[in-house]
Design a protein around this ligand. Structure first.
Ligand SMILES: Nc1nc2c(c(=O)[nH]1)N(C=O)[C@@H](CNc1ccc(C(=O)N[C@@H](CCC(=O)O)C(=O)O)cc1)CN2
Ligand SMILES: Nc1ncnc2c1ncn2[C@@H]1O[C@H](COP(=O)(O)OP(=O)(O)OP(=O)(O)O)[C@@H](O)[C@H]1O
Length: 187
């Protein structure tokens, strides 16, 4: 299956769950995340979810990070350059929903990409090797390319990996882990 077909397949699969079901699965994902050896760092990056589009609700992982007093960076989309900038999430961060329904920081304290140690990544599909397919704009591929090489890249998915290997391009950066409501895949 090519990337376009995979996007379609997983958008469809995702749409079959209710918001309540996705919320339960998001809690399970956060509980599984607690068992990973990733909590000794200071600087974490997490996306804020579009819950109406069936994305995993990252609020639960966010609460864990806040409880552990971590520095948390959240992305803001720049439509002109198809790139992301990042801001420190604080009590004063004003979050606004952009044209695509993504909650984003308005502005704030910029967070340098090369300081990020752990990144939680949205995705549509992935395979057993950790290859990932996103929405197809390359936002995360470009962002991950400018993170430290040894940053830990963690996908979040409602589903087990695709059994066939996804044809990747040079710019695709693989995941280190993918957390599902049932288990963690390590790559
Ligand atoms: N919650 C969340 N935040 C995220 C991402 C994500 O996947 N989820 N991103 C992950 O990359 C980045 C934004 N990615 C985007 C990728 C594609 C489109 C997009 O296709 N827009 C269409 C309209 C789509 C629609 O309305 O259904 C367009 O430009 O025409 C928008 C944002 C950064 N923040
Ligand atoms: N590091 C990069 N520098 C420049 N262009 C890139 C880079 N990474 C990806 N791209 C371009 O972005 C486009 C989308 O890439 P791809 O189909 O892999 O997106 P995706 O992985 O599904 O999306 P995302 O990364 O936003 O989740 C492609 O045209 C690709 O060439």
């Amino acid at each position: 299956m090519n990337k376009t077909a995979l996007r379609k397949k997983y958008l469809q699969l995702r749409s079959e769950f209710s918001i309540e079901e996705i919320d339960d699965k998001s809690i399970q994902i956060a509980n599984i995340a607690l068992k990973l050896p990733i909590w000794q760092f200071n600087n974490y990056h997490i996306f804020l979810s579009i819950t109406e589009k069936g994305e995993i609700n990252t609020e639960y992982i966010l609460h864990i990070l806040q409880g552990k007093d971590k520095n948390i960076a959240v992305p803001k989309t720049d439509v002109k350059t198809n790139s992301l900038s990042h801001f420190l999430l604080t009590d004063n961060t004003k979050i606004e929903t952009n044209n695509w329904g993504i909650p984003e920081p308005k502005d704030g304290i910029p967070f340098p990409e090369n300081k990020i140690e752990v990144v939680f990544i949205p995705l549509l599909a992935y395979d057993k090797l950790g290859n990932r397919v996103g929405y197809g704009k390359g936002f995360y591929d470009r962002f991950l390319a400018s993170c430290k090489k040894d940053s830990i890249k963690i996908g979040l998915s409602l589903f087990a990996p695709e059994s066939s290997v996804i044809a990747v391009s040079e710019t695709d950066i693989p995941l280190d882990y993918c957390i599902t409501p049932e288990e963690v895949y390590c790559f």
